[in-house]
Design a protein around this ligand. Sequence first.
Ligand code: EPU
Length: 429
Amino acid sequence: MDRIRIVGGEPLVGTLPISGAKNAALPLMIASLLTEETLELHNVPRLADVGLLLRILGNHGVDHSIAGKRPGQTAETGQTIRLKAGNIIDTVAPYELVSRMRASFWVLGPLLARMGEAKVSLPGGCAIGTRPVDLLLMALERLGAEIEIDAGYVLARAPKGLRGAEIAFPKVTVGGTHTALMAAVLADGTTVIENAACEPEVTDLALCLAKMGARITGAGTARIVVEGVTSLGGAEHSVLPDRIETGTYAMAVAMTGGDVLLEGAEPDLLQSALDVLVEAGAEISASNEGIRVRRNGAGLASVDVTTQPFPGFPTDLQAQLMALMTRAKGTTRIRETIFENRFMHVQELARLGARIRLDGDVAYVDGVARLKGAPVMATDLRASVSLVIAALAAEGETMVNRVYHLDRGFEALEAKLGRCGARIERISG
Ligand code: EPU
């Protein structure tokens, strides 16, 4: 298994391109199941999760082609993928594949909407919590699906097709909103989704579905209205920039000091996180080119942050913020409200010298003057990258193990950081 070796202490300086968002690319790719025509997606990041989802979709009969590189494109400029689900040859998503990537469970909605049936393995738990799917199933039941759970699989049927309904989510769920949207677009009649997730990735999916011929209003607000249509066509769509990658590198710059342009980043996608960074002492400015992050000289101030659904501070940046705050003056309080078990990085940050106390869903981080390199590993993607941030500022060498988590969600991480002056290398094997 590959490892990443980092020698800390170098400030980050330069330009760092931001990739297309993993969490938008995945549902957009899944939306290809809704039409027999071609869906062409640009700016798709080169990530392990994208490759795995292509395999899963291939199992259902989705053909894909990846456009060759054009002049000026590099391994870090996103790729163009064409997906065509001319015929759905299999409506079963097996455990072996779904258990490797939770988002693949989202094939359930579009398969059911197009084919009237689907059998998808329950995804199981994961490193950040239990992550149930009850609300996704509730949404499909509201649209008229009959759902049965048997031998670890969800069997969903709608022999007479889905029909529009009101779906009121008791809790904000991104996957639930994606599922409701992708099922409702082909349902008979009007669907109203209440307490919908407002995350930009939901808006991006809705935009793409609209290009395919869906009739959707209100995406990006808590109330989305969908007028069902009988079929969808092909479309061309570019994946929005990754707000979590943006926030991660912004925190890396705040951690090491330096001056970096996050090229292509959009501030509206992560304003709450940028506000926290300014409070902590970073300088942030936005331009047509992207977001520039600077921290010169002065130390970091502690903050008090609670994770929330969009537009609040994202849970997917909680671990990275915690890494940053390990070196702030005073005590930082971070409350995690989205996932009940998303503090797996605490023990590993402690190995680098961080002082963090946990009390239920709150972490108290007492800033320390210095961190010291050590071997570390983490059990999920965002936790892994929080260790990279800490390592960039730690004295001496840190070896980050289990790099496959990083490869799932960060395109060309070591190349991007390396070009900004970080001492970082991948060690194969
Ligand atoms: N929930 C339920 N029942 C459900 C669905 C969700 O109780 O049926 C709960 C969850 O347990 C959680 C909360 O609702 O407490 C929110 O979960 P949500 O459904 O919004 O999460 P998700 O759709 O499974 C996506 C991202 C996550 C991100 C969350 C929250 C993708 C592929 N995943 O997950 O991203 O943390 O939204 O913003 O888009 C990551 O990229 O590292 C990652 C974990």
